[in-house]
Design a protein around this ligand. Structure first.
Ligand SMILES: Nc1nc2c(c(=O)[nH]1)N[C@H]1C(S)=C(S)[C@@H](COP(=O)(O)O)O[C@H]1N2
Ligand SMILES: [Mo]
Length: 314
């Protein structure tokens, strides 16, 4: 009896003093990674010290030959210094200099709403579950500039199939991060933060619609929307929402940041269309950001063959 009472703290085994919470959390984490039991030792090799898969590994990923046109790529450095990312600043040339405090790891993301199997996990785990590939796409901003870039990522449809949308799901709502201490642009309170966007479910399921994790064969630089962003190549650039933390399946058309601010200038659909001018400028031509040369803007940004059937009236 006396022995028990006098037993010093160090007598208790490590196992006993591990907090129950920490213990179950770690097991849950390993189970999500598929590392419980046999195979654990093999899987550990590609993990970070903190037991997370390394999302920067594997680059450059193989290019999908279906999306490898003979176009000249935009200069990589020019693209990385000409960004729209209003959470930081509205000055395109300054965004890349203002992202130092932006923390992209850890990055929890949730896929939720009208789905059978909602997910909430770190983006590193999500990426480790899906096959990445490279695709060369045209990209057209509503401001009439354009670029041609190789994105790394995967079709959004692959993720939506995993979570299994319910029959009532008609739209997908995307939400960006909201961390005013890491991005000075949030101080501009006239914007309805966080940045949100949306697609019809059929648009979100279209094989061209991507979630991108990289560009030019490397993980996304922060100014391009790290660690994960949407890319919808037949719509104006603001639909391609950056640094997303939430994907929600909903039954009503969601409000978006730009449509809330100016519905006539930035409507929900926003397909690239050279015959429909912006209320304040023409959309007939576009300026290539690196050479400054001009090109004719194409219907659906050149993707009419693939997507026109989604819009029977136009
Ligand atoms: N969260 C967020 N996503 C965003 C924006 C933004 O300001 N915030 N700007 C959009 C606009 S207008 C464009 S043209 C593209 C620019 O992407 P890039 O800087 O990678 O070229 O991002 C889009 N996604
Ligand atoms: Mo844009």
């Amino acid at each position: 009896m006396a022995n028990l009472i006098l037993r010093p703290k160090w007598w208790i085994s490590n196992r006993e003093i591990t907090h129950e919470h920490a213990f179950t959390h770690r097991r849950h984490f390993l189970r999500q990674l598929g590392l419980m039991g046999i195979g654990a030792t093999l899987g550990m090799a590609s993990l970070h010290a903190d037991n997370k898969p390394d999302p920067s590994k594997g680059y450059p990923y193989a290019r999908n030959p279906k999306y490898s046109p003979e176009w000249r790529l935009t200069d990589e450095k020019t693209a990385a210094k000409y960004n729209n990312f209003y959470e930081f600043t509205t000055v395109k040339a300054a965004v890349h200099r203002m992202v130092d405090k932006f923390v992209i790891d850890p990055w929890p993301i949730e896929i939720t709403g009208l789905v059978e199997k909602p997910m909430k996990l770190d983006v590193a785990e999500l990426i480790s579950q899906i096959t990445l590939e490279e695709r060369v796409y045209r990209f057209r901003c509503v401001e009439a500039w354009s670029m041609i870039v190789p994105w790394t990522g995967f079709p959004l449809s692959a993720l939506l199939k995993k979570v299994q949308p319910k029959a009532a799901a008609k739209f997908v709502r995307f939400q960006s991060f909201f961390k005013p201490d890491q991005a000075p642009g949030f101080a501009e309170t006239s914007y309805p933060w966080p940045y949100t966007e949306g697609l019809r479910l059929e648009e979100a399921m279209h094989p061209l619609t991507m979630l991108a994790t990289g560009i030019y064969g490397k993980p996304l630089p922060k100014q391009h929307g790290a660690p994960i962003r949407v890319v919808v190549p037949w719509k104006y650039g603001y639909k391609s929402i950056k640094s997303i933390v939430k994907i929600e399946l909903v039954d009503q058309q969601p409000s978006t940041l730009w449509e809330t601010l100016a519905p006539k200038e930035y409507p929900f659909e926003s397909n690239v269309n050279p015959t429909v001018p912006h209320p304040r400028w023409s959309q007939a031509t576009e300026r290539l950001i690196d050479t400054g040369g001009r090109a004719n803007t194409l219907p659906f940004n050149g993707y009419a063959t693939e997507v026109a059937s989604l819009y029977p009236k136009s």
